[in-house]
Ligand binder design. Structure first.
Ligand code: FAD
Length: 532
């Protein structure tokens, strides 16, 4: 397709008035929550000459609520919980906009623990594991504050092995077996929380870098996507270009940009798959770490600085998928909101994934009377993406019958299966990030640092900025983390264009909520990665 200059103010003129009195032109790549938050922040600051380029045919990225029936019930393909209340900007938005009115329903909810032969696990056993496992995780988190005590190559998995073995040392027989089943279930859950294939992939010394926000974990009954409607308020339709995948970001010498001689030295050129070309003062890249891993070698001209490439390679980005099961009747007694699956790790370790992919699933959430959602991660989650709906239905029917055989006389029929395929989704290439063995906070900082052009007047202009969940040092893998990074990078641009206001402290927290004030002051730390 021939390259076109599309009629949009951002593209009309690549030359900028260096007095910083005009409107800067800004391109935001990605219409997930980070990209939309950045757009909203700019809009509120009076910077209106921006576009959001979104590769897919919808906004939201990894926030995606879908209908499961004709009664208005929704299920989440991506983000599900608001993780914590205090200082959580997503909670604030949801609460202020009355999206949580049905949350009381969950106060009475209960969890059940079943073995694969349908036997309930004794409450005492579960409590014992809960207590011990909580203490183990806390002790693993503490290494973040004293990293010298462990090697960068130590994993969360091997430390948990050691701690669990220690705990079970004096226990034998059936009691030990049941405790092992619950510990195994906790590990499967942790794989989904961390978004990894195995806990041996997760860095022990960095495990404590993730900060849990205080308070409960809540769902949005109307669907998580309702948050997007609030965040995007004020961003007009024409500013969001759907089906517009970015192919390349030219951030170096203008002479090497397509049609570059028309734009001034400090501009960036964004080339789209459909042939559209945008010139901008700033480009905020919010694509997932998975997309950066897959495409960064061909997405940037010139290539990214080595430190950023290393950060992209070092950090982990795993696959977590969900299987949504719709039945023709209710499955369990009222108020049960989760069926924990206590698989026996000593059986069925066959190489054949078809026979065991579902054994990675840690629980079935009861999201409506007749709708269950299973979560699983890693190799097995990727394998799920290769199965047909009929195969998933056959396997999951078997799983539900195994676990629920003693709970209900007759199990309703499974009528529909919806499953996610985040691994093969070329605009995500996985689910969320974690700090992998060998990686560190420094990698997250290198990932978030902007690319800087040194201007003739010695000003350092951040021309390519990086937002998205993986760029948040302590809230990576979450929606609140993603939103805060969108604010952060938009604020960085505001700071550049409104230096007087910045000097008065207006962007001192770079658009971050109280929750992130512990992060280092970006103005001193963020020299960025300079070009040339
Ligand atoms: C299964 C699953 C469960 C989750 N559960 C939770 C949860 O319970 N709670 C929670 O807080 N978080 C959860 N998360 C994480 C949360 O969804 C993400 O952290 C957050 O939505 C990421 O937002 P983002 O804007 O950084 O990235 P994205 O949402 O991925 O947005 C990036 C956008 O960039 C677009 N894009 C990609 N390539 C290009 C290109 N070349 N050109 C233009 N556009 C492009 C993509 O289409 C996408 O829309 C979950 C995620 C998944 C997958």
């Amino acid at each position: 397709m021939s390259r076109e200059r599309v009629s949009c103010s951002i593209m009309e003129d690549g030359n900028r008035d260096k007095s910083r009195k005009r409107q800067p032109k800004i391109v935001i790549i990605g219409g997930g929550i980070a990209g939309l938050a950045a757009g909203k922040y700019l809009e509120l600051e009076g910077f209106t000459d921006y576009v959001v380029l979104e590769a897919s045919d919808r906004i939201g990225g990894r926030i995606w609520s879908v209908p499961v029936d004709n009664n208005g019930h929704k299920a989440e393909m991506g983000a599900n919980w608001i993780h914590g209340i205090k200082h959580n900007p997503i909670y604030k938005l949801a609460d202020e906009n009355n999206l949580l009115t049905e949350r009381e329903v969950h106060l009475n909810s209960k969890n059940i623990y079943l073995t694969e032969s349908g036997e309930p696990i004794h409450e005492g056993t579960v409590k014992k594991v809960d207590f011990a496992y909580g203490t183990m995780l806390s002790s693993c988190e503490e290494y973040f504050l004293s990293p010298n005590q462990v090697d960068v190559n130590d994993s969360l998995g091997s430390e948990l092995d050691r701690l669990i073995d220690e705990k079970l040392e004096n226990t034998a027989g059936e009691e030990r077996h049941m405790l092992e089943l619950v510990y195994h279930q906790r590990r499967l859950l942790e794989c989904c929380i961390s978004g990894c294939d195995s806990l041996y992939d997760v860095s022990l010394s960095q495990f404590g870098s993730y900060k849990e926000l205080p308070g409960r974990h809540l769902v949005i009954p109307r669907g998580f996507s309702a948050i997007l409607d609030i965040v995007r308020e004020g961003i007009t339709e024409e500013k969001i270009k759907l089906n517009t995948a970015v192919r390349k970001i030219h951030w170096g010498d203008v002479a090497t940009m397509p049609g570059g001689t028309q734009c001034s030295e400090d501009m960036v050129c964004v080339e789209c798959e459909n042939g559209d070309i945008y010139y901008a003062d700033h480009v905020i890249v919010t694509v997932s770490l998975g997309v950066l891993k897959a495409n960064c070698d061909r997405m940037f001209n010139p290539a990214l600085p080595q430190k950023k490439i290393e950060a992209i390679n070092n950090l982990g980005f795993g696959v977590v998928n969900k299987v949504i099961l719709v039945f023709d009747g209710p499955l369990v007694e009222q108020h049960v909101n989760r069926i924990h699956l206590a698989w026996d790790p000593s059986v069925n370790n066959t190489e054949n994934l078809r026979e065991r992919w579902f054994r990675k699933m840690y629980a079935l959430e009861v999201i409506h009377d007749n709708v269950l959602v299973g979560w699983l991660s890693g190799t097995e989650a990727l394998f799920l993406e290769t199965l047909t709906d009929e195969e998933v239905m056959q396997d999951m029917e078997k799983v539900v019958r195994m676990f629920l055989q003693s709970q209900s006389q007759s199990i309703p029929n499974l009528t529909k299966v919806i499953r996610t395929s985040w691994g093969h989704n070329k605009f995500t290439r996985g689910s969320y990030s974690f700090v992998a063995v060998g990686a560190s906070q420094e990698d997250i900082l290198n990932l978030k640092h902007p690319l800087i052009k040194n201007l003739q007047d010695n000003t350092k202009k951040p021309v390519v900025l990086f937002a998205g969940e993986a760029t948040h040092p302590s809230f990576y893998s979450t929606t609140h983390g993603a939103l805060l990074t969108g604010n952060r990078e938009a604020a960085r641009i505001c700071k550049f264009w409104k230096p007087q206001e910045a000097a008065l402290g207006r962007y001192a927290d770079l658009g971050l909520s109280d929750a992130e004030t512990t992060e280092e002051d970006v103005s001193s730390e963020d020299e960025g990665l300079s070009f040339p």
